[in-house]
Design a protein around this ligand. Structure first.
Ligand code: CA
Length: 456
C-alpha cells in the first residue's frame, strides 16, 4: 500500500537515460567507459601472456527451455541433472534476460549477422528445401577469418541450403553437420508418430524425393558449389549425430593445440529438438527417463567433454564459452522442455524467446547473475570486439546501408559487476515487429493469442 518511503534505484535501470548510436547504422547503447577500459586492460594483459586473441566457443542448444538447466532452477528438479552446465554457469555470468527469436533459423542468422530478422530477412525456418538464408550477408565468422581466426562449424546449420548460404561460403573453414533441422529427416520415417506417411509407400517415396539434402554433410572451401554427403540420416543414424559431432569438435580442438591462430568454434547441437531418439548409451539416463530428459543429460556430457579438451590443450584460460538456446521450448510435441514464462517456441512472449544463457571464461569473468538485457545479436559485435574491433569499429566490415542490431557487450562480460550496454531490446514475430523491452517494461505491438495474431 501507500508508503512514505523513497524506494530504491538499481544500477541497471535505464528507462530514464538516453542511449546513443555508436554509428548511424548501429543500435544505440548506454556507454560505460570505465567498464570498457577495465575490460580492455584485462584483454590486453591476457593477450600479452598468451600471444594471440581469445578463442570463442558458442555452444548452441536447440529448443531447450529457460528452466531445463539446473542453473536456472531446473536440472535435477525437472528430471535431468546438468552438473557441468551448472558448474560453469555458477563460475561465470548467468544472463537471466538473454533473448533469441521465436524460432531456429531467425536466431541462428541473428547470431551470424548481428541483425534482427526484419533486417537479415530469415523470418522463419526454411523447410524441406525452401530457399532463404545467409546469401549476401556479412557474417561473424567471415569477419573473424579476416581477423586471423580459424573458423569451425559443427552440427545443425538450418540457415539455408542454397549455394550462397552454405557454411563454406559464409565464413567457415570447415563444417560438418546437417543443413536442415532434426525432424525434417525423421518425422516422415517414424511409423509411431506419423503413420499416415511412414506407412504409405507412395507418400514415403514422395518424401524421399523432396529436394532437400537428406544426408549428414561435410562442407569445405575446397568445393564452394556443394557439400559432400557423408551418410543418410534416418531413425538409426540420427541417434549417433550428437556423439559424432562432439568427437569432431574434440578433434578440431586437439588440432588447435599450440596454434598461433585463435579459433571460433560454433558447436550447434541436434539436441534437444523434437523428435529425440536417444542412443542405447543414453536411453534412460535421465531421472525423467524421457527421450527429452535423456537428451539434456547427453548435452551436459558433451559440453563437459569439450571443456575437458580445452583444458587438455591448454586453451581454457584463453576461451570464452557461451552457452545458449536458439528459442524457448517447443510445447506441442511432448516430451519437451520447461520455461517459467508465458508462451513457447514460435511466440514472442517471454516463454518463446528468453533463453537459458551463460558466459564462462576462466579467471576473466567474475561469477554472478545479471538481469541486464542481452540479445543474441550481441554475440556478433562482442565476438568481433574480442577479435580486436571494439564498439563502432565493427561497422568497418559492412556497408552503411546495413544496420547492425547487435551491441558490443565485452564491458558487461569482463568488468567487475559489469552492466549491460543495452537499454532496449526489440522483439520480432515472423514478419512482424512484435515489441520492445526496456528495463522490466515490455510494450507489445504484435502478440499471439489463442485465436490468432493481433496487432495494435
Ligand atoms: Ca530451435
Amino acid at each position: 500500500g501507500p508508503t512514505s518511503a523513497k524506494g530504491y534505484n538499481h544500477t541497471d535501470q535505464y528507462i530514464h537515460l538516453t542511449d546513443e548510436k555508436p554509428a548511424d547504422n548501429m543500435y544505440p547503447v548506454i556507454s560505460h567507459p570505465e567498464q570498457e577500459q577495465q575490460a580492455r586492460e584485462k584483454l590486453a594483459a591476457l593477450e600479452a601472456k598468451v600471444g594471440k586473441k581469445p578463442n570463442i566457443l558458442v555452444f548452441l542448444l536447440d529448443d531447450v527451455g529457460w528452466m531445463d538447466l539446473g542453473f536456472n532452477g531446473g536440472g535435477i528438479a525437472v528430471g535431468n541433472d546438468t552438473p557441468t552446465m551448472d558448474k560453469l554457469a555458477n563460475e561465470g555470468l548467468i544472463l537471466t534476460s538473454a533473448y533469441a527469436t521465436p524460432s531456429c533459423s531467425p536466431t541462428r542468422a541473428t547470431i551470424h549477422t548481428g541483425q534482427n530478422p526484419l533486417h537479415h530477412g530469415v523470418l522463419r525456418p526454411p523447410m524441406y528445401g525452401e530457399p532463404g538464408g545467409l546469401e549476401g550477408e556479412t557474417t561473424m565468422p567471415s569477419i573473424l577469418q579476416q581477423l586471423g581466426y580459424v573458423t569451425q562449424g559443427v552440427g545443425k546449420w538450418h540457415m539455408g541450403e542454397n549455394q550462397g548460404s552454405l557454411p563454406q561460403n559464409v565464413g567457415y573453414d570447415d563444417f560438418r553437420g546437417f543443413l536442415g533441422v532434426s525432424d525434417m529427416y525423421t518425422e516422415w520415417r517414424d511409423t509411431y508418430f506419423n503413420p499416415e506417411v511412414a506407412l504409405s509407400p507412395d507418400r514415403f517415396a514422395m518424401m524421399e524425393k523432396e529436394t532437400f539434402n537428406h544426408n549428414e554433410v561435410h562442407c569445405s572451401p575446397a568445393d564452394t558449389s556443394k557439400c559432400e554427403d557423408l551418410r543418410l540420416i534416418d531413425l538409426d543414424t540420427i541417434k549417433q549425430l550428437d556423439e559424432d559431432w562432439m568427437k569432431y569438435s574434440i578433434d578440431f580442438l586437439k588440432r588447435m593445440k599450440g596454434s598461433e591462430q585463435p579459433f571460433f568454434l560454433y558447436h550447434a547441437t541436434r539436441g534437444c529438438h523434437f523428435d529425440n531418439y536417444p542412443s542405447d548409451k543414453w536411453a534412460g539416463r535421465s531421472r525423467a527417463r524421457t527421450s527429452y530428459g535423456d537428451c539434456i543429460v547427453q548435452m551436459d556430457y558433451i559440453l563437459d567433454q569439450l571443456v575437458k579438451t580445452l583444458e587438455e590443450i591448454g586453451e581454457l584460460e584463453n576461451t570464452l564459452i557461451f552457452l545458449t538456446s536458439d528459442n524457448e521450448p517447443e510445447c506441442e510435441i511432448p516430451p519437451h522442455g520447461q520455461t517459467p514464462f508465458r508462451g513457447c517456441k514460435g511466440s514472442s512472449w517471454e516463454g518463446g524467446v528468453r533463453v537459458p544463457t551463460f558466459a564462462y571464461w576462466k579467471d576473466m569473468i567474475a561469477p554472478r547473475k545479471s538481469e541486464g538485457l542481452f540479445d543474441l545479436a550481441d554475440l556478433f559485435n562482442t565476438s568481433i570486439s574480442l577479435a580486436g574491433k571494439p564498439g563502432k569499429e565493427v561497422a568497418e566490415f559492412v556497408d552503411d546501408k546495413t544496420y547492425i542490431d547487435g551491441i558490443d557487450q565485452v564491458g558487461m562480460l569482463l568488468s567487475d559487476n559489469g552492466q549491460s550496454a543495452r537499454r532496449s531490446r526489440p522483439y520480432t514475430l515472423n514478419q512482424y515487429w512484435a515489441g520492445l523491452r526496456i528495463d522490466e517494461f515490455k510494450f507489445v505491438w504484435t502478440g499471439e493469442i489463442e485465436d490468432g495474431i493481433v496487432q495494435r
